[in-house]
Design a protein around this ligand. Sequence first.
Ligand code: GLU
Length: 421
Amino acid sequence: MQDPFSDAIDIFEEASKYSDAPGWFIDLLKQPERIIQLRFPLEKDDGKIVPMSGYRVQYNNILGPYKGGIRYHPKVNLSEVKALSFWMMIKNAVCNVPFGGGKGGIEVNPKELSEAELERLTRGFAQKIFPNIGPEIDVPAPDVNTNPQVMEWITDEYRKKLKSQSANGKIDENYIKAVVTGKPLEQGGSEGRTEATGLGGFLVLQSCLNCIELRQKATIAIQGFGNVGSYFAKFASEAGFKIMAVSDSKTGLIDQSGNGGLDIEKIIGFKQKGKSFSDLDLEGVQKISNEDLLELEVDILVPAALEGVINKDNALNIRAGVILELANGPTTKQADKILEEKQVLIIPDVLANSGGVTVSYFEWFQNMHGEHWTVEEVRGKLKEKMETAFKEVWEIAEKKKISLRLAAYVVALNRLASKLS
Ligand code: GLU
């Protein structure tokens, strides 16, 4: 079975050959600093109590507090969370935010829980993780199947616990809010955070297209239509790219109308009603499987769901010339090699999807300083960060003649190592 963490470390090892970081430091970074495994009860609506398992891996905090999302998914496991926390360490260093790497997850299918159960699950998790999180310790955020509401429940539990421990019960409210990012706007969230990962990915893609010979109005297929995939689709289609296919966890949609792409606005409107693509009937649009979507003949393929979807079994069949990784770890190590031989250009996850944590940093900063930035300010700063990160990675790739993934790891490793002196 594929082990995402050992794959990630193999690639890291390869990248380390192109960095001047000392050997002991590279060895140190091959394992996380701390693994927290949690077990706690969840009371179901029918009164039954079931044990739940969760994890938080604090990879390291060389650059600042541990930072990364929390996901709810039935397949969450330690190897996956370790890999995800490692990628957060790399990602935060690539986009140059003052955070270390962390990630968490609960092994659960949230689609089988009621809203009340989801709230009790989150509050139970937050109570258990309380000693290990804080604005200057570890700052969680949304990830797969978690959202601003989940972040608000965590903040509330954190507030209660912190207040119960303080001598006079008075703690700065802005400071409390900085314990997580991706909060609802009215609870201290940042303008522009919701769309940040999709927009950041779009900005990175544009920077990349300026460096290669690909039509600016290229065709795109997107796998995954959650927060990240749908916002990316919106920005790309508004800019004139042709979105030929999209998919959710069950079904894909492909444009057969000959009109140059799907009507993304309409599809987003449909999704906002909480429905599945399998229930959507649009003229000139046909259904397609998730597997087939990945193999379509488009210019740009955007995996925006889960890890490992591009692997040794389908890598040879990929026909896109560019892959923009908006999911974390969508391409396995073996597929990476095959695609490199096929000269497919991969814009790696740790660069492509770093817009989310970048605006998380802006949110944390605003909370810590009691500020509120406009959406224009946030987007302007995001653009600057994304363009700088892309440029740094691209230049190393050119100079050392290595892939963008290896180059991103080198940028990260050099930034981490710069803290040694
Ligand atoms: N879950 C997102 C990621 O994988 C965002 C993390 C954050 O904002 O801390 O990058």
